[in-house]
Design a protein around this ligand. Structure first.
Ligand code: ZN
Length: 470
């Protein structure tokens, strides 16, 4: 999206060839270690057994230890609030020598729940290779991110050995999929250990399985519960219907006011961001999402602008009687969960205020509204002008043999803006091991093994490049 001003020196070809060989030779072991991580059902949601996240943190610590590069590898928890503690994160550090920079490698070892097991073709926590892909919950998001760090570190240790001067911090979080609730406290507690010149966040997407991406923009998010009430109690819909409004009618009309006819967001005060976008084929998005015959896309402007740089408002859940339990009743109260995305450039709190004002001023029939369980995460724009970003682009280009696409992302990784706030001097590279068919968070999540290989190699090349900088 923006020009980089720095052009990095080429890496020593002999070093590059050795790293390539080391990564390739270790690939079967890297896949085996990834599979072992997938077997641990480290779901970080409140209603799941937290012990699995503890087991997974220990497994990750052992893997980082196995790279032989670190003075210290610890697992620790930071408080969320009061004495409630977050899930364990893994932190490892080796200090920089001879004036070299320090790099922080981030990934997360917790996963989303498996969801409806019947929708999985193979068991979610039984890693299974089919074709070029490894299937399982967390096989990609983000245990392949964890393993790409570990495998790149092993390669750099094997090839460069004790001559390595680069400072390295590894930070593997344990609750990214549950809102990173202790993240800011963890940053505060470990501020000095985490400080780095370059931060590599391995938790995003690639352009395709053969073209890498560096993510330069992320949308923020706003979620909350909206409750609409019109009656103090339920009434017979045949007797009273037609004269008094039920909460469902009020809710449906209120929700309809959030979007224009073409499906774009119609909330005054939720902003969009102007930028340039790569070409994107409508057929591809139809195929990826399984859009049904005859169903149109929504929104306006370039397709990628709709996903990267414009807001969305989605209803993701509703509390109302089920169809099986539906009786002839005027419902007094209905609740929904609203999940909105915020365009880069707008603070999430400001977008929430705009939504709240819109809902309050559009409540039909004077219905009563209640907004609760509000959660916000800020969007993020990467500064693409620094040397760290240029080294990242160069390493990806060499590791993949293709020029990386600088992309936005529709999804949100709110902790990245937290990181940027705490370490404003650090250059942040948002890389990843996913591709458009990964299905993170969904049934049949999988990791493309070619992408895994190229991601490891690119990261090893990046570490070598950073190690060569004085
Ligand atoms: Zn993730």
């Amino acid at each position: 999206m923006t020009e980089t001003s720095y052009s990095p020196a080429p890496l020593n070809p002999e070093l590059s060839a050795k790293l390539r060989e080391s990564v390739q030779g270790a690939l079967p072991a890297s896949i085996a270690d990834l599979s072992a991580l997938v077997r641990i059902p480290s779901v970080s949601w409140d209603t799941f057994d937290p012990e699995n996240v503890v087991v997974s943190s220990k497994a990750v610590a052992a893997l980082i230890e196995s790279t032989g590069l670190f003075e210290s590898v610890t697992t620790s928890r930071a408080p969320i609030e009061g004495d409630q503690l977050g899930h364990p994160a893994v932190l490892a550090k080796r200090p920089a020598k001879n004036g070299r920079p320090t790099v922080l490698l981030y990934a997360h070892h917790d996963v989303q729940p498996e969801g409806d097991e019947a929708l999985w073709e193979t068991l979610p926590f039984e890693p299974t290779v089919r074709g070029e892909r490894l299937y399982g919950r967390g096989a990609s998001d983000d245990k392949a991110g964890v393993m790409s760090h570990v495998a790149a570190l092993r390669a750099i240790h094997e090839v460069v050995g004790d001559d390595l001067d680069l400072g390295i911090v590894v930070f593997i979080e344990g609750e990214e999929e549950f809102g990173s609730r202790s993240f800011t406290n963890f940053l505060a507690q470990h501020h000095d250990e985490l400080a780095a010149d370059v931060i590599v966040v391995a938790d995003a997407d690639n352009w395709t399985t053969s073209v890498p991406a560096l993510t330069v923009g992320l949308r923020g998010n706003v979620t909350f519960k909206l409750t609409v009430s019109t009656l103090a109690h339920a009434s017979h819909s045949g007797m009273m219907g037609g004269a008094v409004p039920d909460a469902m009618l009020a809710m449906v009309r209120l929700l309809a006011s959030l979007h224009a006819e073409d499906g774009s967001v119609a909330v005054e005060g939720m902003t969009s961001r102007e930028a340039e976008y790569p070409e994107f084929d409508e057929a591809e998005i139809r195929q990826t999402t399984g859009l049904l015959e005859g169903v149109s896309l929504i929104g306006d402007g370039p397709i990628l602008s709709r996903m990267w740089s414009k807001p969305t408002v989605t209803v993701t859940g509703i509390d109302a009687p089920s169809v099986a339990n539906a009786s002839n009743t005027l419902l007094p109260t209905v609740s929904v969960r609203i999940s909105a995305r915020v365009a880069p450039g707008q603070p999430a709190v400001e977008a929430f205020q705009a939504l709240k004002t819109h809902l309050e001023s559009n409540a039909p029939f004077g219905a009563h509204l209640e907004i609760s369980d509000v959660d916000t995460g800020n969007p993020f724009l990467v500064d693409t002008s620094g040397w760290g970003f240029a080294e990242g682009l160069a390493a990806l280009a060499e590791g993949w043999g293709e020029t990386p696409v600088q992309t936005g992302a529709g999804g949100s990784i709110p902790f990245i803006s937290d990181l940027a706030e705490v370490f404003p001097e650090a250059q942040i590279l948002v890389t990843g091991v996913e591709d458009p068919d990964t299905r993170a968070h969904s049934p049949n999540e999988s990791q493309h093994l070619g992408v895994f290989h190229r991601s490891i190699l690119s990261e090893a090349l990046l570490l070598a490049r950073l190690d060569a900088r004085s």
